[in-house]
Design a protein around this ligand. Sequence first.
Ligand code: C2E
Ligand code: MG
Ligand code: MG
Length: 715
Amino acid sequence: METMKNRPPLVLVVDDDVTARAIAREALEVAGFSVEEAGNGREALERARVQTPDIVLMDVVMPEMDGFAACAALRAERATRHVPVLMMTGLDDVASINRAYEAGATDFTTKPINYLLVAHRIRYILRAKITADELRASEARLANAQRIARLGHFEWELESGHVHCSPQVYRLFGIPADGSVTTNRDLLRFIHPRDRVQFAGELRSAVTTGMGYSLEHRIVRRDKTVRIMYQEGEIVRTPAGLAVSATLQDITERRNMERKVLKIANFDATTGLPNRQLMHRYLTESIAHARRNAGVVVVMAIDLDNFSRVNDTLGHGAGDALLKVVASRLGSCIRPCSAMGRVGEELQPDGDLLARTGGDEFTVVLTQLKELEDAAALARKMAESLAVPFSAGENEVSVNASIGISGFPADASDADVLLQQADTALHHAKNLGRNQWAFSSAAISRRVTDRFQLESDLRRALVAGQFELHYQPKVRTDDEMPHGTEALLRWRHPEKGLISPATFIPIAEETGLIVPISEWIVFEACRQVQEWQQAGLPPLRVAINVSSAQFRNSGLHLIVANAIAGTGIDPALVELELTESLLMEEGEASIRLMRRLRALGLWLSIDDFGTGYSSLSYLKRFPINALKIDRSFIMESANSHADGAIVAGIIALAHSLGLSVVAEGVETEKQMRLLRELKCDEVQGFYYSAPLPPRQFAAWLHDRLQPAMKAAASN
Ligand code: C2E
Ligand code: MG
Ligand code: MG
C-alpha cells in the first residue's frame, strides 16, 4: 500500500468537460491535493494503471466509457480494487445514485459541485480508506502468518450453527477457499469419524464450564488423507450469541517425528518387537496393576540355544530372518497387549508382551495367568512352536529355546529382581539340556514337572489297563440290606500305586481324556453288575459318577445307551450321579439332557447335595430320582444340632418332592440310627463298607445277603 504521508494525496478527476476539470484542479490543488485528469472512463483506467490514484472523482455521462462502467472496471482490477470512487451525479437523480453504488462507488456528490465541501468529503473518505487499508494489511499479515504456521481459525455460532472459516482452514481440509464450509455440519464432515465424539464432548464441557478447551484429533481431507490437528478454542460472546472461537493447527509432521523417535527408543528394528526398555516399563506397570488386583505377573526369559551358530555359518542376513520367524512364532503363543503394536500410548497391562531383549534373547511378560504354574503349559507350547525347523534359503535350521520363569508375587515384587530370577532359572534350564524350561522356584518346577508326568502317564493308563472300579454298597435303612452300589474309579499307577480320582479326574477333564475314560467306566460298571446278577446275586442298582466335562460332552446319552445295549443290563439298574454345581452351571441345557437320559429308563441323582448352590426352583424342575446328602453334613449330624437339623430338613424336602434320599459318608452306628429315625432311605459309608475291588465286594455282598438268600431258598 502506498502511504500518503510524504506527498499530497492524488485525486484523479474524470470528466469530459474541460472547464469542469480545470475548476476542479484549481480548487483541489488549493486544498492541498495533487490532481490528475482524464477525459472519459477509458482514459481514467489508463491513467490509474500508470499511477494509482488515492481517490477518483468520477463524472457519470462521458463518451467512450461512462462513469458506471469505469467504476466497475476499477473495482475489477487488483491495484484499484480498494481505491475510493466519488461519483458526481445530477441532483436528485436517484436512479444514477443507485447504479453508482451497484458499480462499486464509495460515495456520491451532486452537481453543481461545491469544491469546498468536496475537499472535506475527500479528506474524510481518505481517512476512512487508510484505516481500511491498515486493517486489510494486518489481516493479510495475519493470514500469511497463519498459513506459515498452518494455523486455521474458525468461529462457530452455537445457536445458528453458522461457521466462518479462515482461508487456512480450507487449505488444511484440502479444498479451495470458496466459502463452502458455512455450517457446523460442513465442518464436522472433515473431522475423523472416530474423533467426533471426543470433539463434541470437549465442546459440551467448554460450553457448560465456560473454560477453554484443547484437543488433538484427526481430520480426513477431501483426498482421504488423514492429518493430525491440534485444536484450541474458547467460548466467546458475539453479536450472534455464544460462539466457539478456535484455532486449528496441523501437527502431523511433529507427531510423526515423535513417533519415529519413540519407535527407535522402544522397539527393536529387526523384529519390530518391544525392546528391553519398553518391556521393563511394561513389567513395572503390570506388577503395580497386579498388586492392586491380586493378580499374577509372570516373566519368561527365553534364550535360543544355538543361534550364534546360525549367524556364523549362514551369515547375519539369515540370522535376522530367523529372528523374525522366531518372533512371530513366539508371538502367536501369547495374547498380545496393546503396547506390542502401538507406539507412544499409555501402558495398559491388557495382555502379554513379547520383547527382544538381546541378540538371541527374548523376554515375555504374562499378565493374564491365574497361577504361576500355568506358565509351564505356555513354555511348552513355545518350545514346541520353535521345534519345527526353519528354512533359511536352501538350508533347514532348527533352534532350541531354553526358558526361565519367575513370577510376582511368588518370587519377588520388584521388576529387576524378577528379571534376575528368570535369568537364574534360565541357567538351570540350560543345564537340564536343550529345549527345557525351569521355574525360579525349584518347588514349583518339581510340582509342574510332576503334573506333566502324571498327564503323560494318564494318556497311557487306559490302554495299559491301569483303571479299576471299586464298589461301595448303598444300604437301605429299613431292612439294612444293600440294594445299590456306587462305582468309584481307581488308577493303579505302576510306580505310585493307587491314585485318587480327586487327583487325576481334573487332569483327565483338562486334557479331554475324560471322554474315553468315562466310556470305559460306564461300560465296565454295567458289565460288572450284569455279571453279578447272572451269577445269581440279587439285582443291584449301580451308581456312576459323571463329571461336568462328561456331562457337557453331548455324547453322554449315547455312551450310556451303548453300554446298556452292549451289556444287556436293565436300564432301571443304572444310576448317574450328577453334582449340584454342574447342574446349576448348565441351567436349562442340563434339564434337556437329563430328560433324554431319563428317557433311556435310567435313574438320576444329585451328588454332594448341599455343597453347591441349588436354587430350590430348579430342584423342583430337575427330572431326578434321588438326592445324596453330602458327607460334610453327616459327619457332625449326630453331635451338632445344626447339622442334624440340616439333614432332617433336606430329607423332608426331598420326600415332599417325591425324591429318595441317600446319606453319604456314614461312619458310625449313631449316625446310622439318626438317619433311620429321620427316614433317610439309604446310607453309604465306612460303617458298612469302604469301596472294595469287585471280587471283595462280591464276597461282602454274599455274606450280607446270605441269611436272606437262605430264607428265600427255603421258602
Ligand atoms: P463322591 O461321588 O462323592 O464319592 C464319595 C467319596 O467318599 C468316595 O471317594 C468314597 O471313597 C468316599 N467315602 C465313602 N464313604 C466314606 C466314609 O464313610 N467316610 C469317608 N471319609 N469317605 C467316604 P473317592 O472314591 O476318593 O472319590 C472321590 C470323588 O471322585 C467322588 O466323590 C467323585 O466325585 C469322584 N469320582 C470317583 N469315581 C469317579 C468316576 O468314576 N467318574 C467321575 N467322573 N468321578 C468319580
Ligand atoms: Mg458319587
Ligand atoms: Mg458324594
